[in-house]
Ligand binder design. Structure first.
Ligand code: HEM
Length: 449
């Protein structure tokens, strides 16, 4: 297979998807409208999935900070690696830029029609308001004990000399943490079943991905078994909701499910959709970010020592990890009317794709962006225009404080308990594992102490 650069150069030239408004006519002002490759959609999809970063870099170099790419099933999207334009998009207008409409293309089959990620407008504002309370700073400090316990449990199973695939271990930690946060107690056969389904379902395959886009395929093999997994998850969630509604201590409980059951009345479908969304959004991203932090620390002994000694440095390690190894490369917004932003006139129905990963690695913004240097974040807060791992505006991640706390507690617990080294001569590359960009070998380290 040729590289994205070669393939694109062989295949061709460019096309236009959005136009500058007449007042800024490209010809009159010498500004070109967004362009993109003319490669067939299927080739662009392949490159976008298998060579996400290289394809994005090549497109940006070739066509500019605002470029067009095709990806099935979304069709043509405008990719935006210009931080000012991304800031403008995140700022609104929210009644015309819809994240749910783009997230829903992939996520509705799993998270449902009413999950926080797949709704827009009033429905989204209401849902977000209901889900926010458990993810506010004050309550999150209370989860630190659970986070530490789960990290300690995994560390106890690693022996000195063992090679550890940190992605698997991080998944074990983050899954238990989110289950305990959302459900409270997590023992019993139903919970074991849920746990094993979440692990299976988070391994995206061509079968699960095609089913997510075309859920009707679930009537047929090989899609049926994946559709049944999701159906079974919904049955289990329904049982948990009913049990919780009848729990004698419901009024005193502080887990997310109890808070939502108390606030949402009898609407089980809404509750199931939110629980699915929290389980889905709340563990894969954190798993991959934690795996990257360990992979980076394993290759940087000095940073490891400094992080061991200073909490401030550890926080800088986390901030730098989320920059240099951005796990969600981009987010989506669909225009529901014709709109002019940053001098571009976008038609109604245009898919806009702010490119977080590209902005985080832009040499015009970050000196030496490919170097892992936590020091760049010591004694300074990153700009919210140029540092956006959690997206932005009214759709900014509701779990950001939770995720940062979890990474901090897990890494602190690991650094206090042991030392480790990188396995293999090369740094791991970014591979599209599930929705996220994960370490190509899962983050292999060896425990040395
Ligand atoms: C390092 C870990 C994480 C990263 C990098 C991350 C990143 C993101 C990003 C980029 C978005 C989209 C924002 C946008 O469209 O502008 C998002 C949305 C979301 N995240 Fe996270 N996330 C992380 C952890 C979590 C956790 C732990 C939870 C829950 C416990 C969570 C729950 C959500 C939810 C519910 C949304 C949808 C918000 C909305 O549509 O209003 N995330 N996240």
């Amino acid at each position: 297979m040729s590289t994205p650069e070669q393939t694109a150069a062989e295949q061709g030239d460019q096309e236009t998807a959005a136009q500058r408004p007449v007042s800024q006519c490209p010809v009159a002002h010498g500004i070109e409208p967004p362009r993109g490759s003319r490669m067939p959609g299927i080739v662009q999809l392949y490159l976008g999935l298998r060579h996400t970063v290289a394809f994005s870099r090549w497109s940006q170099r070739t066509f500019g900070d605002v470029f067009v790419a095709k990806a099935f099933p979304m069709g043509k999207s405008v990719y935006i690696a210009d931080p000012e334009l991304v800031r403008e998009i995140f700022a609104g207008p929210h009644d015309s830029l819809h994240a749910g409409a783009t997230n829903g293309i992939f996520l509705k089959a799993i998270f449902g029609d009413r999950g926080i990620l797949t709704v827009d407008g009033e429905e989204h504002a209401k849902t977000r308001k209901a889900l926010m309370p458990p993810f506010r700073g004050k309550l999150i400090d209370g989860y630190a004990g659970v986070m530490r316990e789960e990290a300690e449990r995994r560390i106890a199973s690693w022996k000195v000399g063992d090679v550890i695939r940190v992605e698997d271990e991080a998944r074990a930690i983050t899954l238990e943490v989110i289950l305990r946060t959302v459900f409270g107690a997590v023992s019993g056969p139903q919970m074991d079943e849920l746990r094993s389904i979440v692990i299976k379902a988070s391994k995206f395959t061509p079968v699960s991905t095609t089913w997510m886009v075309f859920p009707k395929l679930g009537k047929f093999r090989p899609w049926r078994s994946f559709a049944q997994l999701i159906e079974r998850t919904n049955e289990l969630l329904e049982e948990f909701i009913e049990e919780r509604r009848n729990a004698p201590d419901l009024a005193e409980r502080t887990d997310t499910l109890s808070l939502l059951v108390r606030s949402s009345g009898e609407d089980n479908e809404w509750l199931r959709n939110q629980l699915m969304s929290l389980l889905g959004a709340g563990h894969e991203t954190t798993t991959t970010s934690l795996a990257w932090a360990m992979e980076l620390l394993s290759r940087h002994p000095e940073a490891r020592e400094k992080a061991r000694e200073s909490d401030e440095y550890l926080d800088a390690v986390i901030t730098e990890t989320l920059r240099i190894r951005t796990v969600l490369p981009g987010v989506g917004r669909k225009t529901s009317r014709a709109l002019t932003l940053g001098g571009f006139a976008f038609k109604k129905g245009t898919m806009l794709n702010p490119q977080i990963e590209a902005i985080h690695n832009d040499p015009r913004i970050w000196g030496d962006p490919e170097t892992f240097r936590p020091e760049r974040f010591l004694n300074t807060k990153p700009s919210l225009t140029e540092y956006i791992p959690f997206g932005g505006g009214k759709r900014r991640c509701i779990g950001s404080i939770f995720a940062l706390k979890e990474m901090n507690v897990a890494l602190r617990t690991i650094l206090d308990a042991m030392d480790f080294e990188h396995v293999g001569a090369e740094a791991e590359t970014q591979k599209r594992a599930h929705v996220t960009l994960a370490p190509s070998k899962g983050g292999l380290i060896r425990r040395t102490r």
